[in-house]
Design a protein around this ligand. Structure first.
Ligand SMILES: [Zn+2]
Length: 366
C-alpha cells in the first residue's frame, strides 16, 4: 500500500495566486502549500510503517471481510479552522444522522455516500479499500484553505475563499469528492507511486472516476459531458474548472496541462512545488484525454463502456506501482480485448484514445 497526500489543486495554481494575488491571497496560498509539506512527511511515515507489515488501516480495525449491503460507515467531522494537529475534529454527522444545515458537512457527507454507492453498484467494490473501510471526512480545515486532500486514511476539505476557490467550493463539487476518495481506491489497489508518470496516472484515475461518479449521478452521457473536473468552483477570474479532460490546458487561465506527449512536461521530482512531484497534476492531462476520447468515440454511459476497463486496470493486480503511461496504455488495450473481444469497437476506441495523445502502443497484432 502506498499512500499519498493527494490534493485536488495543482501546486502551480497555488503558486500563481501566491505570486500574483494580493497579500491576503498570497498568505492563504502559502499557508496551503506549507501545510501540505508538513502533513506529507507525517503521512509518509505512517504509510511506510503499515506497509512494512503488509497492513492497511482496515486490517488494524479488524473489519469483517464482507460489509453489509448498506455500505461503509460515513462520518463527517468539523475541524473548525484547525490544522493537521486538530484532525479529524469534532464529530458532527454519522451514517444515520439527518442533515446538519452546515453546507460543507452535508455536501461532504452526501458526496462520500454517492461515491461509495457508485463503487458498490457499478463495480461491486465495498468502500475505498474493498473491505468496508469507514469513510471519514473533515471539513472547515485551516483558514481560507484552498485545497482538498486524501491523507492516506481520510478526506480533508478547506473552505476555499483564499483566492483560488470560491468560498464553499471544494465540497460543492461531487467530482472533487469522488476524486479524493478514488485516491483511497488507488492506494489500496495499484498503489501508484505519487511522482512522475505513475503519479500522473494516480491523478488521472482520480479525475476519471471523479467525473464518472458525477456522470452517473446526473445521468450524463459521454457525448454531451463537459469533461470538466471541478466545474464552477474556481474564482471566476481564474477560469471555469480545475481540469478539462477532453481539452487539457484550457480549464483555467495558466492551466499548464499538455494535451499529448509532444508537449509532455519533463519535470524533476523534488520539493519545489513548481515541479509538482514531477508533474503529477500537469501530465495527468494526457491519460485524462485518452480516456475521454475513447469514451466519446463509443458514446453512451462512460461508466459502463470504458470505465470498467480503467477499473480493471487500476484494481486487477496487473498495473505496477511504478507503471508509466505506455504500460498503462498497453494494459487498457489488453483488458478491453479481454472484456469486449479482440478487435471490438471498445478495444479500437481505447487504442484510438491513446493514439490521440501520442502514447506509443505495442503493435496491433491484426
Ligand atoms: Zn488528486
Amino acid at each position: 500500500m502506498i499512500s499519498c497526500r493527494c490534493e485536488i489543486a495543482p501546486p502551480s495554481l497555488l503558486l500563481r495566486v501566491a505570486e500574483r494575488g494580493g497579500r491576503e491571497a498570497r498568505d492563504a496560498a502559502l499557508r496551503t502549500l506549507l501545510t501540505s509539506a508538513a502533513l506529507r512527511s507525517r503521512r509518509t511515515a505512517l504509510g511506510a510503517t503499515l506497509r512494512r507489515f503488509g497492513l492497511s488501516p482496515a486490517d488494524l480495525e479488524f473489519l469483517p471481510a464482507q460489509a453489509p449491503a448498506t455500505g461503509p460507515e460515513n462520518t463527517v467531522y468539523d475541524v473548525a479552522g484547525g490544522g493537521e494537529e486538530a484532525l479529524p475534529g469534532r464529530r458532527v454527522r454519522g451514517t444515520d444522522d439527518p442533515p446538519t444545515g452546515d453546507a460543507a458537512v452535508d455536501q461532504a457527507f452526501d458526496g462520500a455516500a454517492t461515491t461509495a454507492t457508485f463503487y458498490r453498484e457499478v463495480f461491486g467494490r465495498d468502500s475505498v479499500d474493498g473491505r468496508g473501510l469507514d469513510l471519514v471526512s473533515s471539513v472547515h480545515f485551516g483558514r481560507r484553505y484552498d485545497n482538498a486532500f486524501w491523507t492516506g486514511d481520510q478526506m480533508v476539505y478547506g473552505d476555499g475563499g483564499g483566492g483560488v476557490f470560491v468560498p464553499g467550493g471544494l465540497t460543492r463539487s461531487l467530482a472533487v469528492i469522488a476524486h479524493e476518495l478514488t485516491h483511497g481506491v488507488t492506494q489500496f489497489s495499484a498503489g501508484l507511486a505519487y511522482r512522475g508518470q505513475s503519479g500522473a496516472l494516480n491523478e488521472s484515475f482520480s479525475d476519471v472516476f471523479g467525473v464518472l461518479v458525477e456522470h452517473r449521478a446526473g445521468d450524463v452521457d459521454a457525448a454531451s459531458a463537459s469533461w470538466l473536473v471541478g466545474e464552477g468552483i474556481l474564482e471566476p477570474s481564474l477560469g471555469g474548472a480545475l481540469r478539462n479532460m477532453i481539452a487539457p490546458g484550457t480549464a483555467y487561465s495558466g492551466d499548464d496541462q499538455p494535451a499529448d506527449m509532444d508537449a509532455y512536461a519533463d519535470l524533476p521530482v523534488d520539493d519545489d512545488p513548481r515541479n509538482d512531484n514531477g508533474g503529477v497534476h500537469i501530465n495527468s492531462g494526457i491519460p485524462n484525454r485518452a480516456f475521454a476520447e475513447a469514451a466519446r468515440t463509443l458514446g453512451g454511459r462512460a461508466w459502463e463502456t470504458v470505465g470498467p476497463v480503467w477499473y480493471e486496470v487500476l484494481t486487477g493486480g496487473r498495473l505496477a506501482p511504478t507503471a508509466d503511461f505506455a504500460a498503462c496504455a498497453a494494459l487498457t488495450v489488453r483488458v478491453a480485448g479481454e472484456r469486449y473481444g479482440e478487435g471490438s469497437a471498445q478495444q479500437d476506441a481505447v487504442r484510438g484514445g491513446w493514439e490521440a495523445v501520442k502514447v506509443r502502443l505495442p503493435a496491433d497484432p491484426r
